[in-house]
Design a protein around this ligand. Sequence first.
Ligand code: NAP
Length: 358
Amino acid sequence: MAAVRGRVLSTTTKRAFDKMATARKITVDRRFDGMPKESDFKVVEEQLPPLKDGEFLAEAVYLSVDPYMRAYAHNIPLGATMVGTQVARVVDSKNGKYPVGQHVVGKFDWRSHTISGGLPSIVQGAGNAPAPYLAPDLKGLPLSYLLGILGMPGSTAYFGFLEICKPQPGEVVVVSGAAGAVGSIVGQIAKIKGCKAFGITGSDDKGRYLVEQLGFDGFANYKKGDLDKTLGQLIPEGVDCYFDNVAGEISSTVIKHMNDFGRISVCGSISSYNHDVNNPPKVTVVQGYMLMKQLVMEGFQNYLYQDRASEAFQQILQWLLEGKMKYSETVTEGFDNMVRAFIEMLGGKNLGKAIVKV
Ligand code: NAP
């Protein structure tokens, strides 16, 4: 036992307190030029102040690395901590809503330890962050799923696909970025809704995973051969719904293969994220196809559906528990490997959701 700040702590609590004295955080040290590099970041140690009433201390357990972090990077002031969400354990608390030992999901950025007041906040360069929430009962599924299929990427796939593509049984769905966090969920929802699902991805191994493990009807490897020809052979009946995670030439090619009155949900534009925002890549014009086939294309941001997030959570949890959906994660060990995990995800090394486990 030891006395700290006038309180007597058990050995376990003291250990937690000792850890809390110093937090590690990863800051953006240099503007990214193309693919981010390890040298663009800095690991900084920070002494944390004592907790005030209403605050709690959270220790990171799982951290998410996501493509949006690259897309928003030009908005993050140099020297600021990289943005991001984590699953963390409450290790000290002066807030009854966040008891010690509970897990929370919070926008705590790339930090090992965070003091939070449990309130919504503004994330530098990345908009509003909702208040941290206590991890719900996942019925034995991994806590890290709260950063993927049972978190933001899950609700993005669920609402972005169902609300915008409005898929009908028997229709043909194509999803790009298909073997990643969002794409792998979209294809499986398409199958549950009675559609045919085809994925576009950057490797044959990932494509085989989509077909053999997730039940997709086929895949195209955009890095191999002529995508236009491949799609023509793979999907001669044409495409009714396109869930677009990547944009660029891949998407122009898919749009060429769409049927009349097709729907396109624009979720992401990862093929352009490593380019200068003021000088994005030039690609084949699609307006001719959109006009002739009377297509509808709609972009969305997942926060639009924030108020309905529990609907996606409940439905996807049920599908997972019923064995109707599967999910993969690519887990990198160690907080100090955040940057490597981020760069590898942007380079396509991940299958399913890219996660860092502390
Ligand atoms: P992810 O798919 O798990 O990981 C990124 C994947 O993108 C990589 O594994 C890689 O797979 C692929 N990729 C990388 N560079 C590419 C390129 N130049 N062309 C084509 N594919 C490329 O990431 P995620 O979290 O599921 O996100 C997918 C997309 O959704 C991203 O664009 C993201 O910004 C967007 N998103 C949007 C919202 C929203 O609110 N609208 C929310 C979440 C995510 P391959 O090996 O197959 O190339």
